[in-house]
Design a protein around this ligand. Structure first.
Ligand code: TRP
Length: 370
């Protein structure tokens, strides 16, 4: 990994060079050929595929080969409760929801409620349990198919998880974990064991159904070190290697490098934010690619590539390519001002949050828990 940026499951820093990351991680760029194959089954491509937000994968072609032979896959993704859910978290989940609908498949959604407890020195188990309850409500409200979506909570489903996790753990040495995650002699032993828990949902359905079922993991690219290990080990236990598809990170509000962090209130918009808070945060904090004065902006134009309001539309809130292209063009030319762009983004976010917050009040999490 170069000095200028860092991508690990615990730390994302600096300006990420995704081309470099593809090489370093050994993942494959999503080719037009693979996208074409996906499109054959889904009719259209999700905006995050068209826009290169999901940009890389492992074994997606194998997954489609199996699917075309009638061997359906299941989806696996997850969330380690450590705080409230923010907009950046939605990127892989919106996409996962689309995959579930298009391929009509089961989704196993893991809530490793020990992960952040083990890795964050100042978190407590009780606090994490509160976030778990809160986070499950948000995920359930996103509209995954109730009968086909199964929440797996590590400590609550320990009877299912632990017997499989020890089989994985037996194949992992401390030096492998050190190399993959930068853990060391002073790391607590729970954190050293943890990756074996994150491996389990990739094959748990195969164990429960007593047949080999392909798995597809949509995830932020920072999680790849876990699944690289998982992929090495699963064949040794008689399971398929899981396929995966990786997204790039939505920038944090302030446009600083890295990824959105939930520990800093100025860094993110939370799903619980009120319309006023959203307006205030976008107006006050959202990094702008606009110019210092209106005159300059009209003359020289803005830069949507670094403009967080534009990126929010691109990643999540403007599905229409033509509309997005028009906003991009008008911003670049100086026709659209920063204040006007921010207004569009604020309205889109608030429309989404209004609907989401109403659904969250009504949703029944119990229906989703495995
Ligand atoms: N480690 C992830 C986090 O920090 C949670 C997670 C568990 C996950 N299983 C996953 C993420 C599978 C993506 C895919 O939030």
């Amino acid at each position: 990994m170069t000095k200028e940026f860092k991508v690990t499951p615990w730390d994302v820093e600096g300006k990420i060079d995704y081309r470099r990351l593809i090489k370093d991680f050994g993942i494959s760029r999503l080719s037009d050929k693979t996208l074409g194959r996906i499109k054959k089954h889904t009719r259209e491509l999700h905006p995050m595929l068209r826009r290169g937000i999901f940009f890389a994968h492992r074994d997606f072609d194998w997954l489609l080969d199996e699917y075309e032979k009638g061997n359906k896959f299941f989806l696996y993704t997850g969330r380690a409760p450590s705080g409230k859910i923010h907009l950046g978290h939605l990127v892989p989940w919106f996409f996962t929801k689309w995959l579930q609908e298009k391929f009509d498949v089961d989704l196993y959604f893991q809530f490793p409620d020990e992960e952040k407890f083990l890795f964050n020195q100042n978190s407590t188990f009780e606090k994490v349990q509160e976030y778990l309850e809160d986070n499950m409500l948000d995920v359930a409200a996103l509209g995954f198919k109730p009968g086909k979506t199964h929440f797996i909570i590590d400590t609550k489903h320990a009877d299912l998880m632990y017997p499989e996790a020890v089989k994985v753990a037996k194949k992992i040495t401390f030096s492998m974990v050190k190399a993959s995650f930068g853990l060391n002699e002073s790391s607590n032993i729970g954190s050293i064991f943890y990756t074996s828990m994150q491996a389990v949902p990739a094959f748990l359905p195969s164990v429960m159904k007593k047949k080999k079922i392909p798995c597809l993991i949509p995830h932020g690219v920072d999680q790849d070190p876990h699944f690289r290990l998982t992929r090495d080990i699963l064949p040794k236990l008689g399971h398929y290697k899981p396929a995966s598809i990786q997204n790039s990170f939505m920038p944090p509000l302030k446009g600083v490098e890295g990824k959105t962090s939930s520990s800093d209130e100025t860094s993110a918009i939370f799903l619980s934010d009120s319309p006023k808070e959203v307006e205030r945060k976008i107006k006050k904090y959202a990094f702008s690619g606009g110019r210092d004065t209106i005159e300059e902006h009209r003359k020289l134009g803005g830069n949507p590539d670094v403009d967080v309001s534009f990126q929010l539309l691109k990643y999540l809130f403007e599905e229409d390519d033509k509309e997005l292209a028009k906003i991009e063009k008008d911003y670049r030319s100086g026709k659209l001002l920063t204040g006007e762009l921010k207004k569009i983004t604020i309205e889109k976010i608030n429309a989404f949050l209004k609907d989401h917050q109403a659904k969250r009040k009504k949703v029944d999490v119990k229906k989703f828990i495995y």
